[in-house]
Design a protein around this ligand. Structure first.
Ligand code: ADP
Ligand code: MG
Length: 223
């Protein structure tokens, strides 16, 4: 399967638009949820409908929360951080999830990497998203390999390689499109958000995939 560099200003604008809408929709949604919960007592004989509505409201909330991550570019501060520290922290955060799914994460980190100028929380989110996708693609367990190295003198390259089911070639160019998901409970926002954050950091993202697994490559500039 051929290499794909997900393109586009178009997606960025779609993302900004979506984030704006998310803001507008969240307040009325919060009100609906609150009043609906107050009605629970009276709805006992309609418990099934109550459950469906509740789970749909929760789903909308999840989508809005993911979209809103895009809506706060002005608060973002950039500091000098070690990328390996950030990646290690994320691996720790996902320990339960990887253990439960019989997944082993193997790191290969070049020593003495220079720090990069970044927003730590945003980059954590990027690695969480990609690692979560990797975990979700490996239903029978396996290995996720992470390579971090000083690519050339001016950027750091991070590779996340899984042994999952891969992305079919005909879908590869849709990955990162807002709301494109193949999962029953997916939002289809993870990669779009990651791509946005990576671009804000003046980095690059490329995704390669085959039926043997998927390889994510992120390169981030050293100041
Ligand atoms: P979501 O995870 O909510 O579906 P994402 O934007 O994170 O949204 O991913 C979009 C789609 O890309 C997924 O539904 C899946 O089909 C595909 N995908 C992403 N990462 C991987 C991976 N590591 N292995 C296989 N498929 C993947
Ligand atoms: Mg995802």
């Amino acid at each position: 399967t051929k290499d794909l560099i997900i393109n586009s200003e178009k997606l960025k604008i779609a993302g900004q638009l979506a984030a704006g809408i998310a803001h507008e929709v969240r307040n009325p949604l919060t009100a609906i949820k609150g009043f609906f919960q107050m009605m629970e007592k009276d709805l006992k004989e309609n418990q099934m409908y109550f459950d469906v509505i509740t789970s749909e409201i929760n789903r909308i909330e999840t989508i809005l929360n993911e979209l809103l991550v895009l809506a706060r570019p002005q608060e973002v501060k950039y500091d000098l951080k070690n990328i390996d520290t950030i990646v290690n922290h994320v691996i720790t955060l996902l320990k339960t999830q990887t253990n439960l799914n019989s997944i082993e994460i193997v790191k290969n980190i070049e020593p003495n990497l220079p720090p990069i100028k970044c927003n730590e929380n945003q980059l954590k989110q990027v690695f969480i998203n990609f690692l979560q996708n990797a975990v979700e693609s490996m239903s029978t367990g396996g290995r996720i390999s992470i390579y971090i190295r000083n690519q050339d003198s001016d950027s750091i390259c991070i590779q996340i390689i899984d042994q999952g089911s891969g992305i079919p070639a005909h879908l590869l160019n849709r990955i990162g499109e807002p709301f494109f998901t193949t999962k029953e409970h997916g939002t289809g926002l993870g990669i779009m958000i990651c791509k946005n954050i990576i671009e804000e950091h003046r980095g690059k993202l490329s995704i390669e995939s085959s039926p043997e697994g998927t390889q994510i490559e992120i390169s981030l500039p050293i100041v």
